[in-house]
Design a protein around this ligand. Sequence first.
Ligand code: ZN
Length: 137
Amino acid sequence: MKVLKIDHIGIAVKDLSESLNFYSEILGLEAIGTEVVPEQKVKVAFLPCGDSEIELLESTVPDGPINKFIEKRGEGIQHIALRVDNIDEALKILKEKGIRLIDEKPRYGAGGARIAFLHPRATKGVLIELTEREKQD
Ligand code: ZN
């Protein structure tokens, strides 16, 4: 199992277009397309930032995971995504080591990535997403 880099940082927001005003117009980051991911009940925008990206996530339903997060903790950093070379192998190894997983199998993530979340109880309170992308840039 090899962690290659911080793929992106996921930020929960109430209003994606309003947040893009700040990240794009004020900070000057360029959003490379928005996408609705029905599997996760989110609308996302990715903003490349050096070697990694910022992912803004807005809930598409009132009781989605992002809105639940915002209700509890307010807008802010929701997860950190680590890119791995082989997500199937990584999940197998973590499971063998007794690490609690939210996703035992990879699922579809924005941009065609394969992703899986680890349980925050197993990671000192941080929701960690593993991500594998076909293009390892
Ligand atoms: Zn993410």
